[in-house]
Design a protein around this ligand. Structure first.
Ligand code: CMP
Length: 386
């Protein structure tokens, strides 16, 4: 029988990511206790405080936060353009602290940078500007092959008709798309983008975002986007929010949406506001329970509330041969002892491997306190279950 996994943040549930962690896959980016300061001595100003973060190949991360919150600094540290003073940073399997200069140069070739200041060469055409990235990344490739790839990339960002134009003949949005093509043409394994869609209209922004999504999903390219553009939030697998140099939340978007949907389907949570639901989802811990393991023991004191993510459990009383209920995905249990202060009124046993979200008694109480109607709803369900 396998051991139950230690509870982890709900945001680590994503089945695909769990499989990768289980398979021992190396994260594309791993930051541990990263700190960064600008300046030295008395003038030194700390801009990043003890940040830890893991990003897996093929994930699209959107970093948000007020200006000055440290997002761009974090992006430049990941991009090896600056070195963090404290903490560890691994990018594409390499420790940046241990890397030699030539190691860093080689690593940079695997990264695609898309920065706001597009820095295109005025005297070169769109194709030549894009091709330059290939000449640097892959000097051995033939010129003709490089030109073909540069043009195909320009086509992919919707500039197939403008390949021979120089920056002065292009609009702001078109220039930005040339910069995007230049950042992606050498097929990087990691793309770091700072406000890539800010200068683009809705349709061009969407086109660029779809292209990034395709690269992430088909080629396992890891993509980190710093942006204020909420038109593109839907592309993110995770949203990392930085405030005053610290990661305040790291939300696996789809999972939060799934959990919120599950919660809202429970009558008792149906009245929580979307914000209340998301907050609750944020506090849930995820644990995997092997088949036949007891989650709750009749007669013990209650400490947690549970929501079933996948799998089935049986609710049973020692004195009765038949289970009281079989609960499945989306059902919850363990609320009664928390509400009444009485011991657990039944045992709950996993019938198969079951993934549970749990909420501590404190957080459960907070959720109840937030909403007057919530307590009466949950009491009603309590009554139904007696
Ligand atoms: P609690 O008493 O905290 O721990 C045992 C849990 O089993 C209880 O909360 C309920 O969530 C659940 N439970 C008890 N009786 C029933 C029932 N008849 N139907 C469904 N669930 C139940």
């Amino acid at each position: 029988m396998t051991e139950a996994t230690a509870p982890t943040s709900a945001m680590r549930f994503d089945p695909e990511i769990r499989q990768r962690i289980a398979a021992g896959q190396t994260p594309a980016i791993s930051a541990r206790h990263l700190q960064h300061y600008y300046g030295t001595g008395e003038l030194s100003k700390q801009v990043l405080f003890d940040n830890s973060l893991e990003i897996y190949p093929g994930e699209i991360i959107i970093m948000t936060g007020p200006s000055g919150s440290g997002k761009t600094t974090l992006l430049t540290l990941i991009g090896t353009l600056r070195q963090a003073q404290e903490g560890e940073l691994f990018v594409l399997g390499h420790s940046l602290h241990a890397a030699t200069k030539s190691g860093l140069r080689a690593l940079r070739r695997e990264i695609g940078f898309i920065f706001q200041a597009h820095n295109l060469f005025d005297s070169l055409t769109a194709t030549q500007n894009v091709r330059m990235a290939l000449e640097l990344a892959d000097p051995g490739a033939g010129r003709r092959a490089q030109t073909t790839r540069a043009q195909a990339m320009l086509e992919a960002v919707g500039l197939g008709e403008r390949t021979g134009h120089k920056p002065k003949q292009l609009s702001g949005g078109q220039k930005q798309r040339v910069a995007i093509a230049r950042g992606l043409v050498h097929q990087p394994r990691l793309v770091l983008a700072d406000e890539p869609t800010a200068a683009l209209d809705e349709a061009s922004g969407r086109q660029v975002v779809e292209l990034l999504k395709k690269m992430a999903k088909e080629q396992q390219v890891t993509i980190v986007i710093v942006t204020h553009d909420n038109r593109i939030l839907d592309v993110a697998d995770r949203i990392v929010n930085l405030v005053d140099g610290s990661i305040r939340s790291d939300v696996l978007v789809q999972e939060t949406a799934i959990v919120s949907q599950m919660l809202i389907k429970c009558d008792v949570f149906a009245h929580l506001s979307p914000r209340g639901l998301a907050e609750m989802a944020d506090h849930l811990l995820c644990e995997t329970i092997p088949a036949h393991q007891t989650v709750i023991r009749e007669g013990e004191a209650g400490d947690k509330f549970y929501l079933i993510r996948t799998g089935r459990v049986s609710v049973q009383r020692a004195a009765q041969s038949q289970p009281l209920a079989i609960l499945k995905e989306g059902d919850f249990f363990g609320e009664m002892a928390l509400l009444t202060g009485q011991p657990r009124n039944a045992s709950v046993v996993a019938l198969e491997e079951t993934v549970l979200y749990s909420l501590s008694q404190d957080k459960f109480r907070q959720a109840i306190a937030q909403q007057a109607s919530f307590e009466s709803e949950i009491r009603r369900s309590l009554f139904d279950r007696q």
